[in-house]
Design a binder for this molecule. Structure first.
Ligand SMILES: CC(C)(COP(=O)(O)OP(=O)(O)OC[C@H]1O[C@@H](n2cnc3c(N)ncnc32)[C@H](O)[C@@H]1OP(=O)(O)O)[C@@H](O)C(=O)NCCC(=O)NCCS
Length: 150
């Protein structure tokens, strides 16, 4: 299915069950319901969801830091059944535009060195590796630190 039937909007508390279910598809450090709620209310966080109809099928989460020209992409996820349709790239472009709108000049992120799909997406979007953090994830896998000038 093409991704032009997808809409993006700010995440709401009512999205929580769907967002937790999405997270559960992705093995790794899980976000708790409490963390989600905190991010929804936080001025330094921006959580956006991608919807097909009324159903959240993807999400992005940005963290801003006061006085910093750099923003962190903390999370980007697309439902397993909706991958490969450009939705991740669209969520990423949307997050970048929101960061530009807030005056940020650089987006940074961490990604598992074994996450080929995400690394390919970020490279295609112009991110470059600037560092590697050994043992960054709970299972001991290293993170690539990547960034892109906005
Ligand atoms: C990474 C993820 C968000 C990509 O979402 P997606 O909607 O499938 O990605 P898109 O369809 O927008 O793909 C955009 C580009 O990324 C790359 N890409 C995406 N999936 C890929 C895969 N499985 N293998 C290789 N490249 C891939 C391609 O370059 C693709 O462009 P192309 O299709 O024109 O070649 C998705 O796989 C996901 O949710 N994974 C689990 C969570 C995760 O790993 N998040 C990132 C944590 S840092």
């Amino acid at each position: 299915m093409p991704h032009n039937d997808i809409t993006l909007r700010a995440a709401r508390a009512s999205d929580l069950p769907a967002l937790l279910a999405l997270e559960a598809q992705f093995p790794g450090d899980r976000m708790s319901a409490r963390q989600f709620r905190r991010h929804l209310c936080s001025a330094s966080a921006r959580m956006q969801v991608a919807l097909r109809g009324d159903t959240p099928i993807g999400a992005s989460l940005l963290f801003f830091r006061a006085g910093s020209g750099s923003v962190r992409l903390y999370s980007l996820i697309v439902a397993a059944s909706a991958r490969g349709q450009g939705i991740g790239a669209r969520l990423l472009a949307d997050a970048e535009q929101a960061a530009r709108d807030r005056g940020c000049r650089c987006m940074r992120l961490e990604v598992r060195v074994d996450n080929a799909a995400a690394i390919a997406l970020y490279q295609r979007a112009g991110y470059i590796r600037f560092d590697e953090a050994p043992g960054y994830y709970h299972d001991g896998v290293a993170a690539l630190r990547m960034q892109r000038e906005l």
